[in-house]
Write a protein that binds this ligand. Structure first.
Ligand SMILES: [Fe+2]
Length: 233
């Protein structure tokens, strides 16, 4: 059965947070929670009678600080993070091909999708893929810092994400244009950065975006490598 996640939004950084839960168990997983919304997120879990089993990060973010450490402290959930992101206080370091189990037989498949950052992961669950900043709706994450690579992102998207079933619902880490969900098939056909663009043209395009440095990068990445807590929890 396909189940949608609960999608929550931080208007300041345009970040999506997701809560995953399925019938048959009260266990839930949260992906990419944002520091200033920890109370909101706990209220959602409480309202739905859910108990947090895992806090997942798709990467060490440069534009906002996670509440992973805080949520872990309060709920007793375990932090599960990409192994290549130097998020050292987490209980679980995830690698490509791992499966994270929760609830009543729920399985989250771990896909290493480097390019936005070297460690970035995407998570696949019940016909949904959570792509972090690797693939956005009609776009993709920038590739010019944190070990980013346009070449690697091209491979991650075209070989791994676009290899998923066309009807896989695609839930991005951010959206700046008011959209919230897409599908793999739609992005394959219509993503203006990646659809029908060869590797060389994509790398060229990504090399000339001239984006400003993220305002929070110097503080946010370091904080996120400690799960958002000064001492790492
Ligand atoms: Fe990011």
């Amino acid at each position: 059965m396909n189940i949608n996640p609960i999608q929550l939004f931080d208007a300041e950084s345009s970040t999506f947070t997701y809560i995953l839960a399925a019938p048959g168990s009260a266990e839930a997983v949260i992906i990419d929670p944002v520091d200033r919304h920890w109370e909101r997120d706990l209220r959602h879990l409480e309202r739905l009678g859910l108990k947090l089993a895992f806090v997942l990060e798709t990467h060490a973010h440069a534009d906002h600080v996670t509440s992973a450490g805080k949520l872990r402290e309060i709920t007793g959930a375990k932090a599960a993070v990409p192994s290549g992101c130097c998020i050292t206080p987490a209980e679980m370091q995830l690698n490509d091909g791992d499966v994270l189990k929760f609830g009543n037989g729920e399985r989250i498949e771990i896909l290493h999708t480097p390019g936005h950052t070297a460690g970035s992961m995407s998570y696949v669950w019940r016909g949904n893929v959570f792509t972090g900043d690797t693939l956005l709706i009609d776009g993709c994450g920038r590739t010019d810092f944190q070990g980013g690579s346009a070449d690697a992102l091209y491979d991650s998207v075209t070989r791994k994400l676009f290899a998923l079933a066309d009807d896989t619902r695609m839930w991005p880490g951010h959206d700046y244009k008011g959209q919230s969900v897409s599908t793999i098939g739609w992005e394959k056909r219509h993503n203006s950065r990646l659809a029908d663009r060869g590797r060389e043209a994509f790398v060229e395009l990504m090399g000339h975006l001239n984006l400003p440095k993220p305002k929070l990068i110097d503080v946010a990445v370091q904080a996120n490598q400690k799960l958002g807590l000064p001492h790492g929890g």
